[in-house]
Design a protein around this ligand. Sequence first.
Ligand SMILES: NC(=O)c1ccc[n+]([C@@H]2O[C@H](COP(=O)([O-])OP(=O)(O)OC[C@H]3O[C@@H](n4cnc5c(N)ncnc54)[C@H](OP(=O)(O)O)[C@@H]3O)[C@@H](O)[C@H]2O)c1
Length: 188
Amino acid sequence: MLLSIIVAYARDKEGRYVIGKDNAIPWHLPRDLVRFRELTTGHAVVMGRKTFDSIGKPLPRRDNIIITHQKNYEVPGAQVFNDLQEALDFVAPIHSEVFIIGGQELYEQTLDKVDRMYITHIRKDGIEGDTFFPKWNRDLFKVIQEEKRNEETEFEILQRIVRTEGSSGEFEISGDMSYYFHGGGFGI
Ligand SMILES: NC(=O)c1ccc[n+]([C@@H]2O[C@H](COP(=O)([O-])OP(=O)(O)OC[C@H]3O[C@@H](n4cnc5c(N)ncnc54)[C@H](OP(=O)(O)O)[C@@H]3O)[C@@H](O)[C@H]2O)c1
């Protein structure tokens, strides 16, 4: 299973990566929503309960997984888990790619484990927010696709690079192997 993050963010005055404000996304980019739908359709989408609230309904043609601490939280058309790792263990044997779709809390808990990131960079002045993507180290990833859409938006796909200790060699991890490598679910 490939574990991926998909996110759109803009830098604020302090250089933070804004992703949301008042439990909504502080911009409207229809093309980005289309790309989001195309990339995630047919796969599992894992989200925090607040992101689910902001979307309002399960996303069609995807396995919707909602993470919450609430014990009796139920949503028709979605699967609810109280434990993130349990949710990932559940989807791992079923899906070739699983997308963490937000928000801040979910990104924070998965950034160290993900194999791939799909990032839309929004370059717009004056964006302010109350939720943020965590600081991340670009050196750990390699750009495998990039597309400058216009002056304001740029899209890129990054794949994690793993450097083997004591050597200058590197390899990319992908597919099922990455899941084993990160010790997800099957006891390594
Ligand atoms: N720009 C983007 O690409 C993008 C994408 C997605 C979301 N967003 C934005 O992000 C904001 C929401 O982010 P957020 O950080 O406030 O909320 P969030 O990550 O969507 O959801 C947080 C909630 O998830 C549950 N949760 C998180 N970790 C858990 C764990 N380990 N175990 C059990 N439950 C867990 C808790 O739910 P309970 O409180 O129910 O226990 C927690 O309150 C919104 O503004 C949204 O629009 C932006």
